[in-house]
Ligand binder design. Structure first.
Ligand SMILES: CO[C@H]1[C@H](O)[C@@H](O)[C@H](O)O[C@@H]1C(=O)O
Length: 692
């Protein structure tokens, strides 16, 4: 939102502190209650993660309670806050919770009010240092959100093992689909100088449980794998490591090839090697990758692995050599396996020859490969079959590859959702996806359940990824409310069953205020915002209504390709009478979504081409409903502004004004979307005059 910070102390009102603001607890009684429960800190153990936990608790408590608490080696009197693992702490060891902690795993933790030597204490314990760190952030969240801490009995463990943020950052500091300034990595200064900001980035991730980041764009510049860049990557890894965040890289499949002349050509045809081929079945190629992996792990022993966009949108891949995705992924997997690394192989492929209907192609390419990938390969489908549209049905690959670990890819950056201009809270969209019932093994086979359970023989292979919305702007995400999407992604990656309103409430309290009026208002602004955006841009299951920049309306651009609108009707026939995309779903979805009458109105035009007079369950015709939704969506802009105005005195002036500015832009932009869309469809349908 503002100019990038260059190492100076960020102003308190810049939004730099994200949800880790730690402002003083306003309610005096509550503050006293907290202060009596936390009189001193006892962190036993000196690992980097435990030190990070101690540092964060000190900082947080100082801010929240208005005064620091001493750090002691032992429990002294009442109110100790003890942090540790059975290995690091005699106190924790003597509690005898070992078996329970083991069951929660090294990232899980308990927080408990108990007694030690007859003194009331609060214990944060885990079987691993990372879990202790997560426990510290959890306790801080309880304080930040005004929860009682007198009788705590918390036990948490992440439902998914790899909780990933994927950056689409380029080596020149630009970010593909990034709307919050330049890349925070500052490649040019590395490895000599590591921006202190990276520690704050790591803290933010640790506070929500994110434990892996892909540093670079999937449209990968192969040079990131060169020795000079690997030294930079190692420097970043060292800054993130204490916070239990591992680094991963996007690998260009053509990396073993010789360099080519221009940066753009470099991505598509160039490499950093000297081999005449990148054919995955050529032993020289396999050896090249093995040696590359060995080199990486010498520098970064906990390197996570490779994310790969191959044979997709012009990127090189195994299909260039007549090989399959399995051949490509397994070759890389073999190079990483000795070191414990994984491959995340994207399923975002849509070769024209696979099918005339683009949304069918990923499934057709990947389903036949189920069960043939190596045990350390994830296949990574986007949440929907098309491309991060405001709303899509869940990608039918979920539920169709039972023998392959699937790691969904969500998009946190708002490529198709108003960039950093629009307030759109994405948790409800992700929940719709995670809670969607695929019926793969009968009712209740939700996407979340499929993703949470690693297939036989691939133990521990679970995860989820979100394309980051982080940049070097002082508020990180270009819109104060876009921080909520980073936050919500992390929380849902930790526990996909969390409700979106609970996550919004937490975030509102931590980021803005615990005053009930603020919490209520902020939460309600967030909760309706995604449906409003869908109504305003892609109502009733439309898709790709955008211009080439994916921001303004561009209806004429894709007409005919993703939906059809003429005097007879509107939509894309993907029923069994049309492209039969619906056949990629399990029963009963296949049957229900095959008929307009039993398709949810939200997806009607995705699956069907219907007449303008087709009646929806609410009695309106499609034409009337479209106009209604466009109008509703656009009006949300007014509601947001009206709500925000009521908070003028409750929120610091700078953040209030910056949000206000954005909301005004959003409102104007939403009206433009409505007017352009209604005029366009009015003309196509013959309902209104064209060009008027
Ligand atoms: C990284 O490239 C992106 C591209 O910018 C974007 O418009 C689209 O969403 O998908 C591609 C992908 O996901 O690979």
């Amino acid at each position: 939102m503002a100019a990038p910070l260059r190492g100076q102390q960020p102003p308190a009102e810049s939004g730099y502190d994200l949800w880790l603001r730690y402002v003083g607890v306003e309610d005096a009684a509550l503050r006293r209650a907290y202060a009596s429960r936390i009189t001193h800190l006892v962190v036993q153990g000196a690992s980097p993660s435990l030190r990070a936990a101690a540092g964060e608790l000190e900082r947080g408590i100082r801010g929240l309670l208005g005064a620091g608490v001493p750090v002691e080696a032992e429990v002294r009197g009442q109110g100790a806050l003890v942090v540790g693992t059975p290995a690091s702490s005699a106190i924790v060891r003597h509690l005898g919770w070992g078996r329970e902690l083991d069951a929660l795993g090294p990232e899980g933790f308990v927080i408990r009010s108990t007694r030690v030597a007859d003194r009331p204490v609060t214990i944060i314990a885990s079987s691993g240092d990372a879990g202790a760190l997560y426990g510290a952030f959890h306790l801080l969240r309880l304080l930040q959100t005004g929860r009682p801490i007198d009788t705590l009995r918390v036990a948490e463990r992440p439902r998914l093992a790899r909780r990933m943020l994927d950056h689409w950052d380029n080596l020149d500091g630009t970010i593909e689909r990034g709307y919050a300034g330049a890349s925070i990595w500052r490649w040019a200064e590395l490895p000599a100088r590591i921006d202190p900001r990276l520690v704050d980035y790591a803290r933010a991730n640790a506070s929500i449980g994110i434990n892996g980041v892909v540093l670079n764009n999937v449209n990968a510049d192969p040079r990131v794998l060169r020795a000079d860049y690997l030294a930079k990557v190692a420097a970043i890894a060292s800054a993130l490591r204490p916070y239990n965040v591992r680094v991963y890289l996007s690998a260009n499949f053509g990396a073993p090839l010789p360099p080519s002349s221009t940066p753009d050509a470099m991505k598509k045809w160039g490499g950093i090697g000297s081999l005449p081929t990148a054919d995955p079945l050529d032993p020289r190629v396999a050896r090249w990758w093995r040696e590359k992996a060995d080199e990486i792990y010498r520098l970064i022993p906990d390197f996570g692995g490779f994310l790969v966009k191959a044979s997709s949108e012009g990127m090189p891949g195994p299909q260039d050599y007549g090989r399959s995705h399995v051949d490509g992924a397994n070759m890389l997997a073999a190079a990483l396996a000795p070191h414990g690394g994984v491959v995340m192989w994207r399923a975002f492929v849509y070769p024209k020859n696979a099918d005339p209907d683009r949304v069918k192609r990923g499934y057709k390419e990947f389903v036949p490969l189920d069960g043939r990938f190596a045990a350390n390969v994830f296949v990574q489908p986007k949440n929907g079959p098309l491309d991060f549209q405001p709303r899509e049905p869940f990608n039918p690959l979920f539920g169709a590859m039972p023998d392959t670990p699937l790691m969904p890819e969500l998009q946190i950056t708002q490529e198709y959702l108003g960039r950093a201009t629009h307030l759109v809270y994405l948790a409800p969209m992700w929940k719709e996806f995670l809670d969607a019932d695929t019926h793969a093994r009968g009712a209740g086979s939700t996407v979340a359940r499929i993703v949470e359970r690693a297939p036989n023989g691939t133990s521990g292979m679970t995860g989820i990824a979100g394309v980051a919305n982080v940049g070097a702007d002082s508020d990180w995400t270009g819109h104060h409310f876009a921080q909520a999407n980073w936050y919500a992604f992390g929380r849902l990656a930790w526990d996909p069953s969390l409700p979106s309103d609970a996550v919004a409430e937490e975030w509102a309290r931590m980021t803005w205020s615990n005053r009930p009026r603020v919490v209520r208002t902020v939460e309600s602004m967030m909760l309706g915002s995604w449906e409003a955006a869908v109504s305003d841009m892609t109502p009733l299951g439309l898709s790709l209504t955008v211009d080439g920049q994916h921001y303004d309306p561009g209806l004429e651009r894709r007409e005919g390709e993703y939906w059809h609108a003429d005097s007879l009707g509107i939509g894309y026939d993907r029923s069994s009478r049309g492209s039969d995309y619906v056949g990629q779903y399990h029963e009963p979805l296949r049957r229900l979504w095959d008929e307009p009458a039993t398709t949810p109105p939200e997806l009607l035009l995705w699956f069907h081409r219907v007449s303008w007079d087709f009646r929806l369950p609410n009695g309106r015709t499609v034409w009337a409903e479209l106009v209604h939704r466009y109008d509703d969506g656009a009006r949300y802009g007014d509601d947001l502004l009206a709500s925000w105005r009521t908070l003028a005195g409750d929120v610091d002036a700078r953040r209030w004004r910056e949000v206000q500015d954005r909301l005004e832009q959003q409102r104007a932009h939403a009206l433009r979307w409505r007017d352009a869309s209604v005029a366009y469809f009015g003309c196509r349908s013959g309902r209104t005059r064209c060009g008027g």
